[in-house]
Design a protein around this ligand. Sequence first.
Ligand code: FNR
Length: 383
Amino acid sequence: MATITCIDDLKQLYRRRVPRMFYDYAESGSWTEQTFRENVSDFSRIHLRQRVAVDMTNRSTATTMLGQDVAMPVALAPVGLTGMQSADGEIKAARAAERFGVPFTLSTMSICSIEDVAEHVSKPFWFQIYALNDDDFNRRIIDRAKAAGCSALVITVDLQILGQRHKDLKNGLSAPPKFTLPVLLDLATKWRWGFEMLGTKRRFFGNIVGHVEGVSDPSSLSAWTAEKFDPALNWDRIRRLMDMWGGKVVLKGVLDVEDAERAAEIGADAIVVSNHGGRQLDGAPSSIRMLRPIVDAVGNKTEVWMDSGIRSGQDVLKAVAMGARGVMIGRAYVYGLGAMGEAGVTRALEIIHKELDTTMALCGERRVTELGRHNLLVPRGFS
Ligand code: FNR
């Protein structure tokens, strides 16, 4: 554990321990992966103002997201198939987040169900829904999230149709995997993953399989999802989902000022400036590049968060200083989960927290809530 000092260390270990198919599923973007790469590289174009001779005692990274106290302005993003990165992965990630004091978001496309996760945590978590064109399903899953005590609904609005990821097609991605010769050869060196996976008692895709007519096992799921993702999604349908929920709502996947204005207008409690980690519209700008104009447009009407490309506490600081109330992390915690299960998610959070705290101090700030644009040197093109 002592040799794991940054998120990249977790990624290297993750790569060695998890089947290639699931590593590639996470570590990829759509088409040329330009947006996927720029999400990360654009952070390094923003510089920090180093300050000296400032009292740096009694620092705090604590703040709130959606009115909820958080140990740092970081939430775990919804990630589909998390339970294929490590057996019962959603439960492990939710528990690590709860112990650390940051929110966890469960994806509709999770392996463990809402109820499986609720059974293993004591505080409310958030539930993410795709706006599917089946109101009966939407209503039932929203009711299940309410019954499980979820405290916010995250509606993902940037996946009406799927951005193509070449690696998934080439690998024949499926959960559980089909045991072809390349998969078996890969598994020969990753037997620990297989062994743990065999030990799980969960029903795969527990939010959907067994809850929808005609979908009784994972193999019948892809036809159902292909049919249900809603190419006709519009703001009225989003509004309808918000009404069905009736509680705090986060709209995730907004990357344009006009869309952000619309999201604020219909009453989103928070929006996530996001391009889905570069997995949807390749060629779209990085999220950090779009953050500032969106904060300027709607930051006084709704909480503005961002995700896509966060790999360190320094990235968190830059996003918050640029005006984000908080950030979501996807891959950064998935690397930890695949590398070392629950302990790996905790390690990812510890690394990010320490980096955030130290960077804050070296910028001459004691409170995360006092960060601002005065801490940054931002190149042209970011505003
Ligand atoms: C995702 N993301 C995602 N988003 C969502 O709303 N529902 C989902 O089921 C998924 N699934 C998913 C799987 C994988 C493997 C990844 C990497 C991402 C997007 C996710 O919530 C978040 O927007 C990005 O992961 C943020 O980018 P970084 O932090 O991974 O760079």
